[in-house]
Design a protein around this ligand. Structure first.
Ligand code: APR
Length: 176
């Protein structure tokens, strides 16, 4: 059934979500990092890094471009897949909103390719990549709400109350 996914907001830890796929805010190497990337690799165990290394040896030999997405198995996580995407870094003078939107559309397209019906996103780019939370929420919610996908449920999993409240206010404003 293709349509717009239902959207839910969760205050919590992305790595504990019982969904088909969780989206990782990765970097171009997709070989791990800090933030949610680090939390996912810690929770998934070494099998995830092995799967990422295989992706680097095959489909993305130069690394994963910003705005692109790729799925791997999820190691010891409750989820079946990790969908790695690389968010844009915030820059005052350059509008990279289309790349942040692309992280969401490409992740949903990859979810459709693997048959994931429930997908959990973090607030991509809002940590080390310094994207303002309210603008990230605006882009993430509008992009997912407008997506044509077989994904039935999209969860945005926010790590702290402040981020949750920003997403909730933006969701209210957009009516999605
Ligand atoms: N669950 C949900 N959200 C989390 C978790 C978690 N366990 N841990 C962190 N977050 C939140 C952060 O609070 C932030 O709001 O994820 C959001 C994204 O922050 P980062 O993880 O720093 O990701 P990003 O800003 O996209 O920067 C990516 O950081 O970790 C490195 O390898 C990564 O180089 C890449 C860069």
């Amino acid at each position: 059934m293709v349509g717009m996914p239902g959207i839910t907001l969760v205050l919590g830890d992305l790595t504990t979500q019982d969904v088909d796929a969780i989206v990782n805010a990765a970097n171009h190497t997709i070989l791990g990092g800090g933030g949610v990337d680090g939390a996912i690799h810690r929770a998934a165990g070494p099998k995830l890094l092995e799967a990422c290394r295989r992706v680097r040896k095959t489909t993305f030999r130069e690394g994963l471009p910003t705005g692109e997405a790729v799925a791997t198995t999820a190691g010891d996580l409750p989820a079946r897949w990790v969908i790695h995407t690389v968010g844009p870094t915030w820059a005052k003078t350059i509008d990279k909103s289309d790349l942040l939107a692309s992280c969401h559309t490409r992740s949903l397209a990859v979810a459709d390719e693997v048959g994931a019906r429930t997908v959990a996103f973090p607030a991509i780019s809002t940590g080390a990549y310094r994207w303002p939370m309210d603008d990230a929420a605006r882009i993430a919610l509008a992009t997912v709400a407008a997506a044509t996908t077989e994904v039935a449920e999209v969860r945005f999993v926010l790590r702290d109350q402040k981020a949750y409240d920003v997403f909730a206010a933006e969701r209210e404003r957009q009516g999605v």
